[in-house]
Design a binder for this molecule. Structure first.
Ligand code: AMP
Ligand code: TRP
Length: 333
């Protein structure tokens, strides 16, 4: 069976983009693949995280995965730092990947901003750790949002270079990105040209998985739009990024095609549309949020899921890591 690996950082503010771009797709894939889902706390600390908040976010992300319907018994949910193989393989990949490859990564440029000299070395090497996450399990498929495409291409390059340099053809597979659904790139509610992100300083830019119904409705009401009525056709979305984003979110949440969504609201004003959008968001997210809250109150259970998941992740990865170390020439007498 093909193996899936995917991850979410425990950086707080888990949002609608994470749900529609990633977690919801994972739930749909779990009947057909063996899945490993990881809360990547080691990726999170590439930018400063308050230690207590990091622990809380790790539990929150795990709770969101479970509440969304990931089956933690059949599949694996764990946090990255519990399986030391991730860090070990990342070091080997630091020695495989080339500076020139990492210099092309747009996410580093975005996250490091103007003051590149002051970014952590971890933020720069982050894609190597991501490649290690996937290849430590020889995962073949990686369901993610659109923004991770470039990192996955790098993981494929690292896999190919390792296989080539060590003369072990086909040792690492070429992991396939799986980017699908009506909302592979959910944009900020305040600026349709920027992706919805955990780190946007404006709370109004994102709907988080912990927002209550009133907050969701308020954020949608305040979402940026324009003064024209809703478009009649797909072409009518041209040059209207905020409108395209809201229509895409509606389509994804209500499980209807973008075409049908456009037809439903064609020519209408934003007042009615926003009300419907808020209703569908609350209807779809509400039950998941209730379950998340319940799980957050049961810390012992969430921790036991992570512990058990880490144990099973170790069992899969240890023989692979042993083979990698032998291939590289590390002596293990
Ligand atoms: P992160 O929060 O950066 O750890 O992202 C976790 C997952 O959510 C990855 O698969 C991302 O591609 C996905 N994701 C993050 N932001 C968005 C967004 N605005 N739209 C769609 N998917 C997203
Ligand atoms: N870099 C991803 C993000 O920020 C998270 C991630 C880490 C990941 N390791 C991964 C995603 C492995 C898929 C596979 O969204």
């Amino acid at each position: 069976m093909s193996r899936i690996f995917s991850g979410i950082q425990s950086t707080g503010n888990l949002h609608l983009g994470n749900y529609l771009g990633a977690v919801r797709n994972w739930v749909q894939l779990q009947d057909d693949y063996e899945c490993i889902f990881c809360v990547v706390d080691m990726h999170a600390i590439t930018v400063w995280q308050d230690p207590a908040a990091l622990k809380a976010s790790t539990r929150e992300v795990a709770a969101a995965m479970i509440a969304s319907g990931v089956d933690a018994k059949k599949h694996i949910i764990f946090n990255q730092s519990q399986v030391s193989g991730h860090a070990e393989l990342a070091w080997i990949f630091n020695c495989v990947a080339r500076l020139g490859w990492l210099n092309r990564m747009t996410q580093f440029k975005d996250k490091a901003g103007k003051n590149k000299e002051n970014a952590s070395v971890g933020l720069y090497a982050y894609p190597n750790l991501m490649a290690a996450d996937i290849l430590l399990y020889k995962a073949t498929h990686v369901p993610v949002g659109e923004d991770q495409k470039q990192h996955l291409e790098l993981a494929r390059d690292i896999a190919a270079k390792f296989n080539h340099d060590y003369g072990v053809e086909d040792f690492f597979p070429q992991p396939e990105p799986m980017i699908f659904g009506a909302a592979t790139r959910v944009m900020s509610l305040k600026d349709g040209t920027k992706k919805m992100s955990k780190s946007d300083p404006s709370e109004l830019s994102r709907i988080t998985m912990t927002d209550d119904a009133d907050t969701i409705a308020k954020k949608i009401r305040k979402a940026k739009t324009d003064t024209e009525p809703l478009p009649e056709t797909k072409d009518g979305m041209e040059g209207r990024p905020e409108v395209s984003n809201l229509l895409g979110i509606y389509a994804a949440l209500s499980d209807v095609s973008l075409e049908d969504t456009i037809a439903k609201f064609a020519g209408k004003g934003f007042g009615d549309f926003k009300k419907d959008l808020a209703d569908v968001a609350v209807e779809k997210l509400g039950p998941i949020q209730d379950e998340m809250r319940r799980l957050m109150d049961d810390q012992a259970y969430v921790d036991s899921v992570l512990r058990d998941g880490a144990e099973r992740a170790r069992a899969i990865s240890e023989p692979i890591l042993a083979e990698i170390k032998d291939t590289v020439g590390f002596l293990r007498p």
